[in-house]
Write a protein that binds this ligand. Structure first.
Ligand code: PHE
Ligand code: ZN
Length: 877
């Protein structure tokens, strides 16, 4: 723990390592409190580094037991070792071998970085800089080594021993109750991709033959007795392997691919070479315990980690400023995979909802940073929605700009040119410049500056000339006048008010895309027979805010007739947003507007609900309170927003009641239908549950009855939880009884109890803070488990805007206390929890003052971790 201002790392200060490590031999003797690690490192001076530089190895919380150079113990005056570094004053100017012995206590490791135990299972987490908690090392992503790992443990405690790469050898340690396994990873990798696992685990497996003819054994390891919940993840690995061959020509490169699920994990999952380690929430699934959303997340995250094998592992990052090089690209790849497995339009909607919910607010608040940051104090705080999700949008825009064929050729080129190296964003763009002959220097500006750009668009029709003009203007909040304009691909078309498509041309729209690359520009369409409605940014072709003066009638035309599904959804969202913001701002009552909206949704449901239920469910799901806050932008009053949203849901529920009730009947699965997590069955459930939500919003009595009946009849977690979520919004006995019954039924299921914690944390009522304090004392709650903390306190801070932002500050106090309580044991999770305060400056003055004083209370605390201090300093800056 340190309190002084942490040193800042700057991109412009990058220089290559003075030394390289070609080979690493690790011998890890696992023990609950006294694990011994012997590391033999084959080092040499880096020709690209400084000559005669001292050798400085990174360490974190290490105890050094022994040190030898080329087999000789080192004289004490030739080196210096402390908990955070090991320095050889004069590193030899020739290749040499260093043997380092360290001692660790994996049981005491509550930070879940380095080697730790989760429910008794030994596991590791090394990204970004956890390897230095195992041994002294050049813990930076541009030092690539070939690893051989021998793992030894008591056989009864850890019958399964896994490492990176391929298994080489295993056996008993003679005369003891211990055994060992040796793993060899032939592909050079940075230390952050190192992993090992030792424990009692069940295994499910299947074979896969790659397009190159390699026989691969895929295995998923889970806690004993949970192997029946691993089948979906196993299947998702297989589909991911096949897809990456088909979509990107990328084959797997080892003989085994292992996935291990652990219950204590700071993030979602980790792409360690050949040995992915997962938060078990993103592996374990059964119809009775996992929702459709869980199944979709498992599929996406399994794919994400698998795809890192190429975008991240075979080609890694030169330094942590390049994090988006692997994360943005890999998110783009997993989004494409999910789109191919499911409905592309519906998936795109989900992606954009997520971007707007998490990335837009981040980019508009004090924690905003470029997709490629220029400096950091704590790298763990930069695994953000901006790096991941906006990073993926940049890759998507690149594909839109150059077209699918050139994009694929550029990806092939990128992998070919950079395989086995640690690359930069420049290397990535260079590959696309090489295959297209285009200069992407201006496009690269997307990586450099924070903030969500705005594009204002206005259209005008000239009936006499039969021309339609679209004028565009881009601005960037916070960017100076000198900031060059961005290159913005705008996918667009014109839609006729009475239905038929307008087939008008403009020479500057190619394959449906217009590229706005100056501050202002105007498009002219010729031969336009009647005034059209413009459909702009189809498929959300760029991560911007669009300002256009289209009225609700024009938007409802798009909802009806736009051939682009995303923009149909967007049109409905914009109308709903307009109605809610008008109410919040106290503008002219929009009675008529709301009626038109209800009528348009009615027509939509009659025509299309049963044809594409998943899409219809998205149309019915109104913008969130966060979306409304984001639209309003300043002086936010969460209570006013919540009441506007409640009113609109009530109107929809009342106005569409008969249709929604019928739909629920029509969508019900006939009794005895076996559960399927596939997109079409999930879509039917989603629409049925969206209908329940609206019906209950308008009529508590009917809502209660329907929800109770649904819970009683549920054959899967999606329906059971949706029933419970509907009841949770209806105060009273029925709710409390249902919550109690749920907790009893799932008393031994931590991942299901997380849902139960979360549902209660999200109740938008005054009693919720007290309820959460009570739940923090529940026997199933544990501050040591990140999933528990996130489900109870994270859901509260991120998904309960009225209660987190209580006017009396009690919500902020609860979260601040939790951040401080957690900081001593797990700073990474504490810091992430604290980011919920990000939007504080945009609140109305009373809440702003409360939030600020909670933040200041945290920052004033002695002995804060670097993680929390960094978020605090930046939040208040
Ligand atoms: N690299 C992981 C991913 O796939 C995320 C991660 C980062 C996990 C740091 C653990 C620690 O996105
Ligand atoms: Zn990733």
């Amino acid at each position: 723990m340190r309190t002084e201002t942490p040193p800042t790392v700057r991109l412009e200060d990058y220089r290559p390592s003075d030394h390289l490590i070609d080979r690493v031999e690790l011998d890890v003797r696992l023990d609950p409190h006294d694990t011994r690690v012997s590391a033999t490192l084959a080092l040499r001076p880096n020709p690209a580094g400084r000559a005669h530089a001292p050798l400085v190895l990174d360490g974190d919380d290490l105890t050094l037991l022994g040190l030898e150079l080329d087999g000789q113990a080192l004289a004490p005056d030739t080196f210096r070792a402390d908990a955070s570094s090991l320095t050889l004053h004069a590193g030899p100017q020739r290749p040499f071998t260093l043997r380092i012995e360290t001692r660790l206590d994996p049981t005491a490791n509550t930070r879940l970085m380095g080697l730790y135990r989760s429910n008794g299972v030994y596991c590791t987490q090394c990204e970004a800089d956890g390897f230095r908690r195992i041994t002294y090392f050049l813990d930076r992503p541009d030092v690539l080594s070939v690893y051989t790992t021998r793992i030894e443990a008591e056989r009864a405690a850890a019958p399964v021993l896994l490492g990176n790469g391929n298994p080489v050898e295993a056996g008993a340690v003679a005369g003891t109750d211990r055994h060992y396994a040796v793993w060899h990873d032939p592909l050079p990798k940075p230390a952050y991709l190192f992993a090992l696992v030792g424990g009692r685990l069940d295994r499910v497996a299947k074979g896969f033959t790659t397009m190159e003819g390699r026989a691969v054994e895929i295995a998923v390891y889970v806690e004993p007795g949970k192997d029946d919940r691993a089948a979906y993840a196993l299947d998702a690995v297989e589909r991911s392997m096949a897809w990456d061959e088909r979509a990107f020509g990328r084959a797997y490169d080892l003989d085994v691919f292992n996935v291990v699920a652990v219950s204590d994990f700071n993030m979602g999952a980790m792409e360690n070479k050949g040995l992915n380690i997962f938060n078990d929430k993103f592996v374990l699934a059964s119809p009775d315990t996992a929702t459709d959303t869980d199944y979709a997340a498992i599929e996406a995250i399994i794919a994400h980690e698998y795809f890192h094998n190429w975008s991240g592992n075979r080609v890694t990052c030169r330094d942590w400023f390049q994090l988006c090089l692997k994360e943005g690209l890999t998110v783009f790849r997993d989004q494409e995979f999910s789109s191919d497995m499911r409905s592309r339009a519906v998936h795109r909607i989900a992606e954009v909802r997520n971007l707007r919910a998490r990335q837009f607010p981040e980019d508009a608040g004090p924690l905003a940073h470029p997709v490629r940051p220029k400096r950091y104090a704590e790298i763990n705080n930069f695994y953000t929605a901006t790096v991941y999700e906006k990073g993926a949008e940049i890759v998507r825009m690149l594909r839109t700009l150059i077209g699918e064929t050139a994009f694929r050729a550029g990806m092939d080129r990128y992998f070919a040119d950079n395989d086995g190296t640690a690359a930069t964003v420049e290397d990535f763009l260079k590959a696309f410049e090489a295959v297209t002959g285009r200069d992407l220097a201006r496009f690269a500006e997307w990586y450099e500056r924070p903030g969500t750009p705005r594009v204002a668009v206005s259209g005008s029709y000239d009936a006499a000339a039969k021309t339609y003009r679209l004028a565009f203007r881009q601005t960037r909040p916070g960017a100076g006048a000198d900031a060059p304009p961005l290159v913005i691909p705008i996918r667009l078309g014109l839609v006729g008010t009475d239905g038929p498509l307008i087939d008008a041309a403009s020479g500057r729209v190619e394959d449906g895309v217009f590229v706005l690359d100056s501050a202002e520009d105007t498009l002219i369409f010729e031969n336009v027979a009647a005034e059209p409605v413009p459909s702009l940014f189809r498929g959300f072709s760029a991560p911007v805010r669009v300002e256009s003066a289209l009225d609700a009638a024009a938007r409802l035309t798009l909802l009806r007739h736009d051939p682009d599904s995303f923009n149909r959804w967007e049109a409905a969202q914009r109308v709903a947003l307009g109605l809610m913001t008008a109410q919040v701002r106290g503008d002219a009552p929009e009675e008529a507007g709301a009626d038109d909206f209800v009528a348009a949704l009615g027509v939509f449901l009659d025509g299309e609900a049963l044809r594409d239920p998943a899409f219809a469910a998205q149309i019915l799901a109104l913008p969130s309170e966060g979306d409304v806050a984001d639209e309003i932008g300043t002086e936010i009053d969460p209570d006013a927003i919540a009441s506007a949203r409640r009113d609109l849901r009530r109107r929809l529920g009342a106005g569409l009641r008969a249709r929604l009730l019928t739909l629920r009947e029509e969508l019900a699965e006939p009794a005895g239908t076996p559960f399927s997590p596939d997109a079409s069955a999930a879509g039917r459930r989603a629409l049925r549950n969206a209908a329940l939500d609206l019906i209950a919003a308008a009529d508590a009595e009917t809502g209660t009855a329907l929800a109770q009946a649904q819970i009683a009849a549920a054959t899967n977690m999606t329906d059971r939880l949706a029933g419970l979520a509907a009841l949770a919004l209806l105060p009273g006995e029925a709710r409390e009884a249902a919550l109690t019954a749920f907790a009893e039924r799932y008393a031994d299921e931590p991942l299901v109890l997380d849902k139960w914690f979360a549902i209660q944390a999200m109740i938008p009522e005054d009693g919720t803070v007290a309820r959460i304090r009570r739940l923090q004392g529940h026997p199933a709650f544990a501050m040591t488990n990140p999933n528990r903390v996130r489900s109870l306190v994270g859901s509260f801070s991120l998904a309960n805007p009225t209660q987190f932002n209580r006017a009396d500050g009690a919500g902020y106090a609860l979260v601040a206390e939790t951040v401080l309580a957690l900081d001593g044991t797990n700073p990474q999770v504490a810091a992430r929890l604290m980011t919920a305060f990000g939007p504080w400056r945009r609140l109305e003055p009373g809440r702003r003052a409360q939030a600020e004083s909670a933040l200041r209370r945290i920052v004033a605390t002695q002995g804060l971790s670097r993680d929390v201090a960094d978020i605090g300093t930046r939040s208040l800056a």
